[in-house]
Design a binder for this molecule. Structure first.
Ligand SMILES: [Zn+2]
Length: 142
């Protein structure tokens, strides 16, 4: 049973691979978030051995939860309302990802034009392969 004590409404990001919570915290820019955020590291998990959990109070606007699937496909998001879990979200790989990966092709236009956004398109869902929109350089997720 997931411990949501102290959380009346918000998100519980669960089944984060152990050690990855801070990376996700940084990526979601939670240091700028004004409500309370709790990070639990190395929680015991029957499924994963150890896992990290992030609890976010109140439901933030403009949070692209699908992006969490980039970090790991084990991640699940519980939506809490009035102290109970009302929804479980399994994020799906987004078809377009902006400014998360950088293109590693030295001849890519994004290397020269610093103001260009790094845009990657999902080209193969099964192998989790993204390709640079400009030069087609592949980026494979772990
Ligand atoms: Zn490129």
């Amino acid at each position: 049973m997931l411990n949501i004590s102290g959380l009346d409404s918000g998100y519980v990001i669960d089944h984060i691979p152990a050690g990855m919570a801070m990376e996700i915290y940084g990526y979601l820019k939670l240091d700028h978030y004004e409500e309370s955020v709790a990070i639990i590291q190395n929680a015991k998990s029957t499924k994963m051995g150890k896992k990290d959990i992030i609890k976010i109070e109140k439901i933030p606007e403009n949070l692209n939860l699908d992006l969490l699937s980039i970090f790991s496909d084990s991640i699940t998001i519980n939506v809490i309302q009035n102290g109970i879990i009302t929804k479980k979200i399994k994020p799906e790989l987004p078809s377009i990802v902006n400014d998360v990966f950088k293109c590693k092709n030295p001849r890519c236009i994004t290397t020269e034009e610093r103001n260009l956004r790094h845009i990657f398109k999902l080209t193969d869902k099964a192998t989790k392969t993204y390709r640079c929109l400009y030069c087609e350089q592949a980026y494979k997720l772990h």
